[in-house]
Design a protein. Structure first.
Lengths: 484, 145
């Protein structure tokens, strides 16, 4: 049966899913026997994932056995982590109004035994993929366990990891739940050091800004230090308000006070306004066009947002926006950046992609911005295109346009520490294919090289040894010292 | 009675009743008199399986849930029927609740061989069959399959 499953992925998924469904009805001994049988086959990662979807309901002995295997089998650990998190996506707490005692009961049901919890956290500590897949459970532990030691351990892990969006978002929405002042301070400190965490924390905190009066001065302080946090904050605070035009018209309210002193915040605010542009009346749109005709960070943010949400615009607005963008280099760049950051990913987006490339080939600023957006850490940027053929096609078209190459290579260099391993291989292929890409990427990497982890540094040095253009751009005392 | 229904259902049953007849017939297929001249099902039923996809799926699903009551010879013929009708195959292998009555090792082998064939049976078909086998895995894991 398993030999057949190994040849046929669809059958394998069904088989393991069926085994996992039956698994919960077995007694302790039968469960152990089943684990030992399946242990011999390659499908352990799937088994870990499916069986762990009810992890907290399993016998303690079974939980321990599964963790024992996970401690010795990386793929199984990743599958197990994904399954464990399945029960802990805690949006139910935000979306369902529950009385405190109901919430407390639910939380106590969800908590695992301390010794089991400790072993899972150790798995996450040893493997970043496990940490990424555990995000639901880790977020739950952080917010509802409230033990300072565990919260600090999780924040330390988050500092070293790239996949922290879920954790940052839930923390940002739940700051009022966190009792320990020291832990709160560590959250702000982490945001200063981890850009992906900062962006998502800012967005979530922005959505709750009205409830966070006690954190306001710290939030504003962080917004001055972290561009990503500030931009997310601006975007988030508009997402939480229904009467967006009231904000636009009333230039004296506190949102505008922040926007007038913080360019990144103003930029994020612009993105947020653009997201809901089509909800505005015609006269409100005209008011907004009057505001954005002036060149400032808010206007640039709006154009970035128009690029992100271009498909939601009606034809007349879309044409007007394109015309405005072509009259102003900064607006064109911002529009391109938005298109790249939220690049149409599915096969259905073929027409829009074609239009984007047509514009990029006629407008250099747009092309540069498009490259920047494609290389950003947005969830819809180049590295997150799931369809391989579309991703490769995007790479190919990007490398054909020097301005896209410049924006892309620069952006990827700045964001290198947040890129996945397989995507890094694609970047290295681009370095080999395009000397211009290699040069700009090398210059960009040089700026962030010292802040990278040791593994990334070693990988980049390996690349420098293979590629002359990249080596030339990167060559300075830091690399030479390391090689010596 | 069942043989009478098989030969006369088109005169005595409404369209809605035919759907229930498929279920009834599938559940009671072991009472059907099989003759060597038939490919497997009596001609009126074989014709309806070919023409009416929902009938084919319904009868196949009901049969699959009662596999243990069939002798191996009939089981083999069922697989032949599944090869001829996609709707029957989908009903037989993937729409059934599970294969909880399936213990015959030879039959399991035949089904696995069938799944390997490049048939156009729609998405998730193999996954559903795998799922059905997964649910009985603890009862068959000690045999050679």
């Amino acid at each position: 049966m398993f030999n057949f499953a190994e040849e046929d992925r669809e059958f394998e998924i069904g088989l393991i899913d069926g085994i996992a469904v039956r698994f919960e009805d077995l007694d302790k001994n039968q469960q152990q026997s089943m684990i030992d049988t399946i242990k011999m086959y390659k499908s352990m990662d799937l088994f870990g994932r499916f069986v762990a979807e009810k992890f907290r309901d399993l016998f303690k002995e079974t939980q321990e056995r599964l963790l024992y295997i996970a401690e010795r089998n990386e793929e199984f650990a990743v599958g197990l982590a994904r399954g464990i998190s399945f029960q802990y996506y805690i949006s139910e707490f935000y979306n369902t109004p529950v009385k405190d005692d109901v919430l407390r009961k639910r939380i106590s049901e969800l908590c695992l035994e301390p010794i089991i919890q400790e072993r899972i956290l150790k798995l996450a500590e040893r493997n970043s993929r496990v940490f990424a897949r555990l995000s639901g459970w880790i977020t739950f532990c952080f917010l509802y366990n409230q033990k300072q030691q565990i919260q600090e351990l999780i924040l330390n892990l988050a500092e070293k990891n790239k996949v922290v969006r879920n954790l940052a978002a839930e923390i940002g929405l739940s700051l009022n739940l966190i009792k320990n002042v020291k832990v709160i301070e560590k959250i702000w400190q982490l945001a200063e050091r981890n850009r992906a965490f900062a962006a998502e924390l800012g967005y979530a905190a922005g959505r709750r800004l009205d409830d966070y009066k006690k954190f306001k001065s710290r939030i504003l302080k962080l917004a001055k230090k972290s561009r990503d946090f500030a931009m997310g904050l601006g975007f988030g605070c508009i997402a939480s308000r229904n009467a967006k035009m009231a904000i636009i018209k009333n230039h004296k309210n506190d949102i505008w006070t922040i926007a007038n002193t913080n360019n990144e915040f103003a930029y994020g605010l612009g993105i947020g306004i653009a997201e809901n542009f089509e909800l505005l009346s015609n006269s409100e749109k005209e008011d907004l066009f009057a505001i954005i005709s002036r060149d400032n960070p808010f206007s640039k943010g709006i154009f970035h947002g128009f690029g992100c949400y271009f498909s939601s615009l009606n034809i007349s607005d879309a044409n007007k926006i394109l015309q405005l963008a072509f009259e102003n280099k900064d607006f064109a760049k911002s529009l391109g950046r938005g298109f790249g950051a939220r690049f149409p990913q599915s096969p259905k987006g073929a027409d829009i992609r074609e239009q984007i490339w047509t514009i990029a080939n006629t407008n250099n600023e747009f092309a540069y911005g498009l490259g920047e957006g494609l290389g950003s850490i947005s969830v819809s940027s180049l590295q997150y295109i799931d369809y391989e053929d579309i991703r490769y096609d995007t790479w190919s078209k990007a490398l054909d346009n020097d301005y896209v190459v410049k924006g892309l290579a620069n952006s990827l260099g700045q964001n290198f520490q947040f890129l996945g391993e397989s995507f890094v291989n694609e970047i290295f292929l681009a370095v080999q294919k395009s000397p211009l890409f290699a040069h700009i990427f090398g210059c960009s990497i040089k700026d962030v090289f010292q802040s990278l982890d040791e593994d990334s540094k070693e990988t980049l040095i390996g690349l420098a040894n293979k590629n002359a253009s990249f080596r030339k751009s990167l060559s300075d005392s830091r690399i030479d010292n390391r090689q010596r | 009675m069942i043989n009478y229904l098989v030969n006369n259902f088109s005169q005595i049953l409404t369209k809605d009743q035919i759907r229930w007849f498929a279920f009834f017939l599938g559940e009671n297929i072991h009472f059907l008199e099989f003759q060597s001249s038939y490919p497997f099902f009596p001609n009126p039923i074989a014709d309806l399986i070919e023409k009416d996809k929902s009938f084919a799926m319904e009868i196949a699903t009901a049969i699959a849930n009662n596999l243990s009551s069939l002798n191996p010879e009939i089981s083999e013929k069922l697989l032949a029927a599944a090869e001829k009708s996609t709707a029957f195959a989908i009903g037989f292998f993937s729409e059934s609740e599970d294969f909880s009555t399936l213990t015959d090792e030879n039959m399991i082998r035949q089904i696995l061989q069938f799944v390997k064939k490049p048939l156009e049976l729609g998405s998730n078909y193999r996954q559903k069959i795998g799922y059905s086998f997964g649910k009985i895995f603890d009862s068959i894991k000690n045999n050679s399959i």
